[in-house]
Design a binder for this molecule. Sequence first.
Ligand code: SF4
Ligand code: SF4
Length: 333
Amino acid sequence: MKNRAKTVGFKPGERNIFFHILTACNLSCRHCYINKKQHGTGQLTKEQLEQWMVLFADPNKKSNMIFLGGEPTLHPDLPFAIKKAKELGYFVTVDSNGYLFNDLLAKTTPNFLDYLSFSLDGPDAETNDPIRGDGVFDTCVANIQRAVSAGFNVSVIYTVSKKNLNALDRMVPLLLKLKVAKFFIQVIGLRGKSAKGDSEEVTQVTRQQWLDTVPEVASQAAEKGIHVTYPKVFLLPDEKFECAGAVAENFFIFPNGRVYQCPLCEDHPINAYTIQNNQLVKNEGLREDSFFRLNIAEGCVMNKLLQPDTIEYDEKGLPLYRISCCLLKQEIG
Ligand code: SF4
Ligand code: SF4
């Protein structure tokens, strides 16, 4: 099937706030990217939730607020934060592992929460649970059904690794059955746990495996009316490279006050900003943003520095392809 996916460039004037409101989680997924040494173990207070959202609110820009953790529904003030985010003009999403603690569905409404996103890494318990934990598939699916019945817009995030790539196509009938409107396919990152080499099977797929599978499954889902988003990863020779850190506004906020512009940098103390005393402070010295404007043949500088094994070279030492910004997406459906 021909893939009609469009590359969605970075939108000027749009900002995305990825707000990790705590790092605690009830699960311990094999590819978890939370790194408590770097991101702390804290949980923001109700006051901080509001004050930090105010720092990034700009009525002149379309702003997306994505609440993350750890597991964000473990925070008892999440419903308050969702309502505040909506009042501040954000398009609001919560990314949950499916457990929906603190009775979230009863304590918020689709008027405040634009999308509720669930993480599933397999179309059945046999695929999902070895990655995310025993019993997780059944809990997550039951809560997706409850959320859809309660009128919430629901999306599903699937993190592709060697362990579950072959099961990706079987997600399409499951999503249809569950009435899920949007499907986000992610590529596993070599950060946090997956960077430590202690989860051999939960590692990145090869370029060929990715290209042979992901666009085809995305097309199949789109044909059935599901909107699919997946990362570009590999640029074609005529496609332009852009670093989101240089041309877009993305902020990845952690409860210890670190604010990154690039998710690949999150395992290192090179965050461009820090929130101190409820103010956003620009950090001095060699920081992630020192690298964003470097122009290299391999595309993304941080990918080249942090995961050089993802790049293949010809006999003259030239890269066979460029790696796109990890934030560049393809959309279809
Ligand atoms: S649900 Fe998310 S935060 Fe929790 S262990 Fe899994 S990947 Fe990590
Ligand atoms: S992933 Fe690469 S291209 Fe994207 S923001 Fe980070 S350094 Fe820039």
